[in-house]
Ligand binder design. Structure first.
Ligand code: ASP
Length: 323
């Protein structure tokens, strides 16, 4: 399921790609997903057209999807094994490899903004849990009642997950031969991480930016950190490679250092489409994991592919890989 949007903004000043998770999206949820990623894309484009810094455009796209309970990020996220929301988010800039991330935060509506603050206002890259929340409060972010981040549907989903014997997250993304079927259409698997990559023209090339936000996987262990906030795993941005954003079974993406792998392939001359397909194939061959990846290279060329039944996507072009 895709929203194909031509990124011809007249003089090709910007390239934008947005995803809203790779999984088996039920028919009834296809339209809300398509609308959600389109709104996120538009928010990024509006910010760029208004002269905002491209990193702010990434944040604008992420916030649209964090606030849309259709997606597994911010409001509407999956609950962990204790029935609580724990959010991960990260941002990265390709020019000087600056990055910021937070993991396991439960009291803030838009963790992507806290990740940006970590990048801009600290000399660290990743803050977690209580320390991340203390930093957010000190920076003036308003805490919310954690319950306000929970969509009623997630309480039901949590109950169903408990009744189903607390299956582990591998079945959501189809680790064949272990716990489930490839690209499982199980009820548990609904919703996905959100991400955005942007190329903004700068001289002969494009400056690269990426951002990601997620509630992780349903029933994850308390304290589990997925690939999303780990630089090089769920996201990467390098002006000498690519801006990359991943979604899928996070543990597999961590083990493959997937986002950095894509960026390195592009840096060595691969087309971003070839790079995302190569890494997704390797990820499946080596770990049986599935998911999706979006990327944009220094020359503004894009790559986007997924190995699940669907991926919510807005951008110029996206391919389903049949493995
Ligand atoms: N990669 C995310 C995680 O494992 C989940 C997703 O992309 O849907 O936390």
């Amino acid at each position: 399921m895709f929203s194909h949007i031509l990124t011809d903004t007249g003089d090709q000043r910007f390239v934008i790609q947005v995803h809203g998770g790779a999984w088996a999206i039920p028919e009834t949820l296809k339209l809300p997903h398509a609308e959600g990623v389109r709104r996120a894309y538009q928010a990024a484009l509006d910010n760029l057209n208004n002269g905002k810094d491209p990193m702010r455009a990434v944040i604008a796209a992420l916030k649209v999807m964090e606030d849309d309970p259709v997606f597994d990020a911010g409001t509407g996220s999956f609950l962990n094994e204790d029935g609580q929301v724990e959010l991960d988010a990260a941002v990265m800039e390709g020019k000087d490899l600056k990055a910021g991330a937070v993991a396991s935060v439960g009291r803030f509506k838009n963790p992507c903004e806290i990740a940006l603050a970590v990048m801009e206002r600290t000399d660290h890259v990743l803050l977690i849990g209580a320390g991340a929340e203390r930093f957010a409060l000190a920076e003036g972010f308003k805490p919310v009642d954690p319950k306000s981040l929970v969509h009623p549907r997630e309480y039901e989903g949590y109950e169903a997950w408990v009744k189903a014997g607390r299956p582990d997250s591998r079945i959501f993304f189809g680790e064949e031969g272990k716990t489930g079927t490839a690209g499982s259409r199980a009820e548990h698997s609904k919703r996905g991480t959100v991400g955005a990559v942007i190329g903004a023209r700068s001289g002969a090339g494009f400056d690269l930016y990426s951002g990601i936000s997620t509630g992780g996987t349903r029933g994850k262990k308390a304290g589990r950190v997925g690939d999303a906030p780990l630089v090089g795993c769920g996201l990467y941005a390098d002006n000498e490679g690519a801006a990359v954003c991943c979604t899928g079974w996070g543990e597999a993406f961590i083990r493959m250092a997937a986002a950095k792998s894509v960026s390195d392939l592009v840096g060595r001359g691969a087309h971003p489409q070839e790079a995302v397909e190569t890494v997704l194939r390797n990820l499946h061959r080596r770990t049986k994991g599935r998911g999706g990846i979006i990327a944009v290279g220094r020359d503004g060329r894009t790559g986007a592919a997924f190995t699940t039944p669907d991926m919510a996507y807005a951008g110029p072009s996206c391919e389903q890989l049949i493995l």
